[in-house]
Design a protein around this ligand. Structure first.
Ligand code: GDP
Ligand code: ZN
Length: 300
C-alpha cells in the first residue's frame, strides 16, 4: 500500500493492486509502525510505499518501507515526482519572482514542475499580452504550463492527464484556487474553498499535516499548505545556477570553474543574457536569490 496520511502515531495505508494503482473499493487501513523503523533510522513518510500485515480489528502493522524514489523535506513526503505550482493570474496577481523561487526548489529536489495558472477567466485583454509572454518564456525553458479556470471548466483534463499514476504536490499561496481546482477535477471531492469558509464566517481550515488525495486515475495529490518558509538553507551557493534550467546550457562555457555568473570575465551566462537567450527577469531573480542566500548563510 501507500501511506496517505500520518497522524498521532498511526499510518493510514491505501491498498495498492498488482499494477501499483490504488484499489478504489478498499479504504485505507489504520496501521501502527513497527518499532524496528526507528532503530534503523527510517521514519515512514506520507507517500511511502510499504508492506503491511493485517492485525486484529481491521488494523494493520507496517512491516517494510520500500525504496524511495524521491524525498522532500518540506512538506515531508516520499515518492512525489511532480510538483504543480499553482499561481492565479488575478486575485492575487501572479508573482513571477515567487514562481522562480519555487522552481529553484523543485529543480533541487529533482521533481518535474508543472506551472498551473488559474483564474484565466478573470484576465482582461490588457493583461493578456503580458501573460502570453510569461507563458512563452517558461515553455521555452522547457516547463509545462497549463492555464485553468475552475469557473469556466478550462484546462483540468489536460492537467489531470499529467497526474495519472503519479504522486504530485500542489503548491501555491493561499487563495490562488488550489482547492477549487482539485474539486473541479475530482467531482465528489468537496475540499473546503475560501468562498465556503467565508460564508461560514471563518478562515479556511488549514491542515498542518500532509495528506494524499487519491484521484480516479491512479494518481495521488498532496495539497500542501504552500511552501511558506521557502529559504535557501539547504541549497549551496554554487548549486543555484544549475537550478535555473536554461543557464545549464551556457554555464559549461564559462571561463572560470565555479563562476557565479555575476562579475566574472568570460561568463557565458551573462553573454547569453545580453544576447537575449536568457530572460532578463530570470537572471535578475538569480542574482536576487544569490544575495538572499549569502545573507542567510551569514546569519545562521
Ligand atoms: P486555495 O486557497 O488555493 O485553495 O484557493 P480556493 O480554491 O479556496 O479559491 C480562492 C478563491 O478564488 C475562492 O473565492 C474561489 O471561488 C476563487 N476561485 C478559484 N478558482 C477560480 C477561477 O478559476 N476563477 C475565478 N473567477 N475564481 C476562482
Ligand atoms: Zn558564468
Amino acid at each position: 500500500g501507500v501511506i496517505i496520511k500520518a497522524l498521532s502515531g498511526y499510518y493510514y495505508v491505501k491498498p495498492l493492486g498488482e499494477d501499483g494503482a490504488p484499489i478504489d473499493s478498499e479504504s485505507s487501513v489504520q496501521c501502527r509502525g513497527r518499532g524496528v523503523f526507528k532503530n534503523r533510522g527510517i521514519s515512514p513518510l506520507v507517500g511511502d510505499r510499504v508492506k503491511y500485515v493485517l492485525t486484529e480489528n481491521g488494523e494493520g502493522t507496517v512491516t517494510e518501507v520500500l525504496q524511495r524514489e524521491t524525498e522532500l523535506i518540506r512538506p515531508p513526503m516520499a515518492n512525489a515526482r511532480l510538483a504543480v505550482l499553482v499561481f492565479s493570474l488575478k486575485e492575487p496577481e501572479m508573482n513571477v519572482q515567487l514562481l522562480d523561487k519555487f522552481l529553484v526548489h523543485i529543480e533541487q529536489a529533482g521533481l518535474t514542475a508543472i506551472i498551473c495558472l488559474t483564474k484565466s477567466d478573470l484576465v482582461d485583454e490588457k493583461s493578456e499580452q503580458k501573460y502570453k509572454e510569461i507563458i512563452e518564456l517558461y515553455k521555452k525553458i522547457g516547463y509545462e504550463v497549463i492555464r485553468t479556470s475552475s469557473k469556466e471548466g478550462l484546462g483540468f483534463n489536460e492537467l489531470k492527464e499529467h497526474l495519472a499514476g503519479e504522486i504530485s504536490v500542489f503548491s501555491g499561496q493561499s487563495g490562488v484556487g488550489k482547492s477549487s481546482l482539485l474539486n473541479a477535477m475530482m467531482p465528489g471531492l468537496a475540499l473546503e474553498t475560501n468562498e465556503i469558509s467565508m460564508k461560514l464566517g471563518r478562515g479556511k481550515h488549514t491542515t498542518r499535516h500532509v495528506e494524499l488525495i487519491p484521484l480516479d486515475n491512479g494518481g495521488f495529490v498532496a495539497d500542501t499548505p504552500g511552501f511558506s518558509q521557502l529559504d535557501f538553507l539547504e541549497i549551496g551557493v554554487e548549486e543555484l545556477g544549475d537550478c535555473f534550467r536554461e543557464f545549464r546550457e551556457y554555464s559549461g562555457g564559462c571561463k572560470f570553474r565555479g563562476c557565479t555568473h555575476t562579475h566574472e570575465p568570460g561568463c557565458e551566462v551573462i553573454r547569453a543574457k545580453i544576447d537575449g537567450l536568457i530572460a532578463e527577469s530570470r537572471y535578475q531573480h538569480y542574482v536576487q536569490f544569490l544575495e538572499e542566500m549569502k545573507d542567510k548563510k551569514r546569519r545562521y
